[in-house]
Design a protein around this ligand. Sequence first.
Ligand SMILES: Nc1ncnc2c1ncn2[C@@H]1O[C@H](COP(=O)(O)OP(=O)(O)OP(=O)(O)O)[C@@H](O)[C@H]1O
Ligand SMILES: [Mg+2]
Length: 311
Amino acid sequence: MTDLPGIGSAMADKLASAGFGTIEALAAALPQEVASLTGLSLSASQRIISAAREALDLGFKTADEIYEKRMKVARITTGSRNLDSLLGGGVETQIITEFYGEYGSGKTQICHQLCVNVQLPAEKGGLDGVAAYVDCEGTFRPERIVSMCRAAGLDPSRTLKNIIVARAYNSDHQMLIVDGVQDMVNEKNIRLLVVDSVTGFFRAEYPGRETLVMRQQKLNKHLHSLSRIAYMYEIAVVVTNQVVARPDTVFGDPIAAAGGHVLFHAPGARVFLKKLKGNRRIAKLVDSPYLPEGEAVFELTEDGIRDPAGD
Ligand SMILES: Nc1ncnc2c1ncn2[C@@H]1O[C@H](COP(=O)(O)OP(=O)(O)OP(=O)(O)O)[C@@H](O)[C@H]1O
Ligand SMILES: [Mg+2]
């Protein structure tokens, strides 16, 4: 940060404590945001942001440069070939993937599985990286990781060491943790960031219609920073969102059933999960920037996420 013109170590510290600890974070920030969080003037904030953007060479790119960045998109296998093909080969880096569905639909199980799989080498469907797990519901279970490791022939203690877990206690804390993760991405080789669930605290803290606008604004800001992290650091960001399923249709309009979808404004893939019989689940790709909509059936097993037997 101190490489930027006009930023000394005192200023760098000030910016870091306001959540702008990296050039990327600063480059993507709004001047108003920097000003209000640091106490700097608007014009000084603008100047620093411009310097950060210049350092990163942000701004217009030609389509071939964008294509080159797209070519760097990597994927993490989910453990189920069906689900992977639905997602175009697995959960993508550079965007947010949202898994939403009712309780027990497998959102948390998928998150656990991805924390294991991101550690696999590329030829096995991983990214050779570390996972960061923001646990907002207290449902992270190392025992599940251990079972999944055993099934995959991985060393459980090594795998557990490569999953950084932070328990969040409210929505502000959740956002703070995400800022903190951002500062560790490169240093710790984090390639997957999970937020399970991304919406729970916001729903609880802003109940009812009167607070809906405020909830949505705050949530949008959070999703914006998640999506910025995914893009800037080229990592996969996976979020979950619990919704109440409508009992009368297999899919119907799940978004309407959710009582208003919350993740409209962030780019990414949305996957609706629904319970079938027993441990079977069906996933539906609802919104992807470029993949066709489709469905996939998978199973939740002791070993993790798998294709149904006989598939
Ligand atoms: N050890 C296991 N072996 C087999 N299946 C399991 C195991 N542990 C959990 N499951 C399956 O996972 C389901 C729970 O899924 P999960 O916790 O991912 O749901 P969720 O979508 O996160 O729900 P919520 O909205 O309540 O957080 C259980 O109902 C069960 O079917
Ligand atoms: Mg869960």
